[in-house]
Design a protein around this ligand. Sequence first.
Ligand SMILES: NC(=O)c1ccc[n+]([C@@H]2O[C@H](COP(=O)([O-])OP(=O)(O)OC[C@H]3O[C@@H](n4cnc5c(N)ncnc54)[C@H](OP(=O)(O)O)[C@@H]3O)[C@@H](O)[C@H]2O)c1
Length: 301
Amino acid sequence: MKAVQFSEYGGPDVLRVVDAVEPHAGPGQVRIAVRAAGVNPSDGLKIRAGRWRDRPIPLPSGVGVEGAGIVDEVGAGVIDVAIGDAVFGYGINTMAQYAVLTHWARKPDCLPFDAAAGFPVIVETATRILAQVGIKPGETLLVNGAAGGVGSATIQLARYHGITVIGTASAPKHDYLRGLGAIPTTYGPGLVERVGKLAPTGVNAALDLAGSGVIPTLIALVGDPSRVLSIADFTAPQYGAQGSFAAQKNPERVLAEAGRLYSAGAFRVALEKTFPLTQAAEAYTLSAAGHVTGKIVITLP
Ligand SMILES: NC(=O)c1ccc[n+]([C@@H]2O[C@H](COP(=O)([O-])OP(=O)(O)OC[C@H]3O[C@@H](n4cnc5c(N)ncnc54)[C@H](OP(=O)(O)O)[C@@H]3O)[C@@H](O)[C@H]2O)c1
């Protein structure tokens, strides 16, 4: 099968489409014929650093942790899906013609494969951090870095639960944020004053999705450091804020819920751009530039 791999660490230009050995579904896994795979900034970090957290990444290595496609192998013990079913979920080396998924949900017929492929990481992350920061219906949440993949999911899930959201993005993306239900403002100097005008009674919690060195500013706005959380700034705990850096163990329920919300017209994620497998390097170059709106996805015929 064709797969995206890298045989040296570095920037996106180290990515190659190669002939690779097909994976097979182990116990509790399914294999899919991949129709689309989501691009995540963390993939690019792994390729560049050659390690993820404490674990070195062996060479050669594949790429991609999420995807959507048609089940073509079912591992021992799997009873919720069968060969021929359309699913989306977390997987191993999903930038390939075939990939093993470890956690999945059925894909609603109305949800296109390319959109579904970009759901797992952002839906799991958004659900986890909204719960962890303890924001409640009727409260106001500030989201820094709101126009990317995680931000797009976070705004919509928060709005669905009756939370007012103020989101930061560059000015050209403010209409995009409004369309998701957020009140937009720009990031950068003067954030405290701008947010103060938009929320005269204050914000109850804040999420940093950009890792742009704003934790002290967010704490100044919220007051209580424990109601400030970052997914991208490892220094957050030094300020008494929370960090959330590991996925929840069983995301199947939140994936299925995202599918239901999509079917009900309550959840959408813009696709900044889709690329064929042969242009994976271009896709990761665009991701690394750091200004994605929604998601970037790789599609396969
Ligand atoms: N800890 C976890 O569990 C976890 C899970 C998923 C992702 N992450 C990390 O979280 C981050 C966001 O992920 P993502 O998938 O949403 O990324 P993404 O889609 O690439 O998001 C990029 C967004 O960041 C915004 N941005 C860039 N510079 C900014 C700044 N200085 N201030 C505020 N916003 C800025 C951009 O908006 P403009 O174009 O308007 O600048 C763009 O919309 C990444 O670092 C990723 O690795 C962590």
